[in-house]
Write a protein that binds this ligand. Sequence first.
Ligand SMILES: NC(=O)N[C@@H](CC(=O)O)C(=O)O
Length: 444
Amino acid sequence: MSESVLVTGATLPSGDRGDILIADGIIRELGGLSSQTADRTIDAEGLIALPGLVDLHTHLREPGFEQSETVLTGTQAAAAGGFTAVFAMANTLPVSDTAGVVEQVYSLGKQAGYATVRPIGAVTRGLEGEQLSEIGAMAHSRAQVRVFSDDGKCVHDSLLMRRALEYVSTFDGVIAQHAQDPRLTEGAQMNEGALSSELGLKGWPAVAEESIIARDVLLAEHVGARLHICHLSTAGSVEVIRWAKARGINVTAEATPHHLLLTEDLVRSYDARYKVNPPLRRDEDVHALRAAVADGTIDIIATDHAPHPSEAKECEWDSAAFGMVGLESALPVVQTALVETGLIGWDDVARLLSKAPATIGGLAGAGELRVGGVADITLHDPAASSVFGLGDLAGKSLNSPFLDMTLSGSIRYTLHNGYLTVDDGAVVAADTVAAYAARFNEGF
Ligand SMILES: NC(=O)N[C@@H](CC(=O)O)C(=O)O
């Protein structure tokens, strides 16, 4: 394996240019001109070096739904998208609600070696919303769970939500809420409005999201706990978060790349690639979300990578599954929607897609480029522009809403723990990465 790598002439998020020397998984030199030689040299002229991206919201589907994705294929998709750490959602089968399941997911991630995998624990047993899961056992397991979520379902019972917030605040954990009032969204298929009436699809009102967020920020304030809100999708949700932050409530919020670029108009096609939870909303909502990312009301961008097999998507809208894959396209979508529109710079991208999610998820040491830190680095070509195609997808499922769209930027190299998981745009073979990982895990 290349035990040392020299990256030359990279542009850092600050705009400064310089070399990066990596040895035995650690950044040894950063910035300036290195006088060293290395086993491998990467010419990064014109490329931006970002801290390895961290996704706080990924569905890896293993155990139980391996026909859609596995820990291996999901982390290959992550690497292709420049991610070096992913937080794996709990809606697996069995549900990730015990120490045994989260440890299994954690170990599979370590073996595969493409990215750090941190399992998210379910808040309630079996995601059933009735009893709290084994939160303490998961937190104290080898998987060190810090984030708990019933994502896919809302923790709707206010008393359970209060208890969960109280419990995780004892060890600085966080509840990541999927804000969706189940009664207001029974049978809902798309954003509620003039278009849902026109298309004859049952509407999903914005208030179903906003009312849960309002309740939960007040609960978090009441018990003094940390709360995170998954996938904000409406202008009203932004207003509630802005109000809560101004009041000093300890809440963070995420937006997905698809809610930052796409609108409900795509549903006119009845193509279920555009069916997602929460649904694509109006143009006004997209602009409110973008403004909230730019002014810091929204703390992070997270993919909600939700793989589904073709039979779950190539069917009538009403019977199709909710969800979109998003790891491979996240950075190009962020560049297209936010950087090229002048709303944010590359230092903001590093914060929104790396440092802030690492901090919220309790991933110590991740999310920054620094001498002495682990070499998780993404080298991105911002000058590239291409039509996003099936060849860009590295996971098992193909349900991307961005296929056939022109997106800016391209991930050229991903380094995880100092070894390459993506080399010149191609995902490195599984056995090579597993061998690198084994050596890293053994401390060389
Ligand atoms: N975001 C999605 O549309 N789908 C998610 C879970 C969910 O329904 O939120 C999935 O697991 O498929």
